[in-house]
Design a binder for this molecule. Structure first.
Ligand SMILES: *Cc1c(COP(=O)(O)O)cnc(C)c1O
Length: 360
């Protein structure tokens, strides 16, 4: 049987190759490779899509977080609350600024921050909260924003969800090639309704300068590449149909009965289904069976951030974040991409059902 990959990025961009080549040719003809017209246009188009005033292209999603934290003045002595069940970059960015990541637990059902646990960890040094829209499902930003601390939305996995970017002070995005909106390489974005914050991030991405003459801040070299921006403009125009196809595929997994063999991700209208991440106490058995059947399956954050070697200085112990640790043991994802067909999904469901006893 033909192997089934976990994601098929090429299937998404292949029909667009003529437009991609044309866009790249346009940049080559202009020789305008750094902060050219495509970056400016993509920033305008992304801001309009997201419904925010400002969008600033940066080099990647990690830098987007670092630059926002820097622009907010987060540094040594400050604490930033974030989940431990997320990609490492979320907490790495905080620590890179010299601030202290404070890990709050996640709700095992939503896989996102538990606002009650966050509230219990807010203290006088708390400078910000980073809510991660994990796997494309909106984090409870509204509830987090009520805690009286600025909320940064790490939306690296959620471009295309209509529920994001409304209540936080800024949102950060990654265009890593497997994300919902992706580049053919690295890329990132900061969006915000605050023009001053946007201006600061704009300066920080170019060495802390507005005009390349006066350098007012210690900044970074972190720009969105012009070639990537040209491609991103094409992909942004396709994003709504890609998200609709992702949602359709997610619904189909439920219709095909995958939920009889494992816990499916809870749906909600704003879920952008970056990944289709399920849960089961039989995770390892399911994973082995899918591997045997040459079906893509991945597990995420099996060593959550509070137990990562580089962050051991923070002093967390196994058992300190029960929801996080349960998810680390039980989560696994099955193949999902925009355009996956029903036959492929049926094979996936059969393989999972064969591996896991059907729940009563
Ligand atoms: C991908 C990702 C990042 C980092 O993005 P890069 O572009 O790879 O630097 C940050 N946070 C989350 C939640 C991510 O999924």
């Amino acid at each position: 049987m033909r192997p089934i990959p976990l994601v098929d990025v090429k299937a998404q961009y292949e029909p667009l190759l003529p437009r991609i080549r044309e866009a790249i040719d346009g940049v080559l003809a202009s020789a305008d490779f750094i902060l050219g017209p495509n970056v400016a246009a993509f920033e305008r188009e992304a801001a309009a899509y997201l419904g925010v005033r400002e969008a600033v292209g940066v080099a990647n999603g990690t830098d987007a977080l670092v630059l926002v934290l820097d622009a907010l003045g987060v540094g040594p002595g400050d604490e930033v609350i974030c989940p431990a069940f997320t990609f490492y970059a979320t907490a790495e960015a905080v620590a890179r600024r010299g601030a202290t990541p404070v890990f709050a637990d996640v709700d095992a059902a939503t896989m996102n921050l538990d606002p009650e646990d966050v509230a219990a960890r807010v203290g006088p040094r708390t400078k910000a909260i980073i809510g991660v829209h994990l796997f494309g499902r909106p984090a409870p930003t509204g509830e987090l924003a009520q805690l009286g601390v600025p909320v940064i939305e790490d939306a690296a996995q959620a471009f295309g969800s209509p529920e994001i970017g409304r209540m936080g002070i800024a949102s950060t995005f990654s265009f890593y090639p497997t994300k919902n909106l992706f580049a053919l390489g690295d890329g990132g974005l900061v969006s915000t309704d605050d023009p001053e914050l946007a201006e600061r991030v704009r300066m920080l991405r170019f060495h802390g300068s507005r005009d390349k003459v006066d350098f007012e801040l210690l900044g970074y070299n972190s720009r969105l590449d012009e070639l990537q921006a040209a491609v991103l403009r094409i992909f942004l125009s396709e994003l709504d149909s890609w998200i609709a196809e992702r949602r359709e595929a997610a619904m189909r997994y439920a219709d095909l009965g995958l939920g009889a063999a494992c816990e499916l991700p809870e749906d909600e209208p704003g879920h952008a289904y970056h990944l289709f991440v399920c849960r089961s106490p039989e995770r390892d058995r399911i994973r082995a069976a899918l591997k045997e059947a040459s079906i893509g399956c991945a597990v995420y954050y099996t060593t959550p951030l509070h137990l990562q070697p580089a962050l051991s200085y923070l002093g967390y112990r196994a058992g300190s974040l029960p929801g996080t640790e349960q998810l680390a043991r039980e989560n696994f994802s099955v193949p999902l991409w925009a355009g996956i067909d029903a036959d492929t999904q049926e094979r996936v469901v059969s393989a999972v059902q064969a591996a896991a006893p059907v729940a009563s």
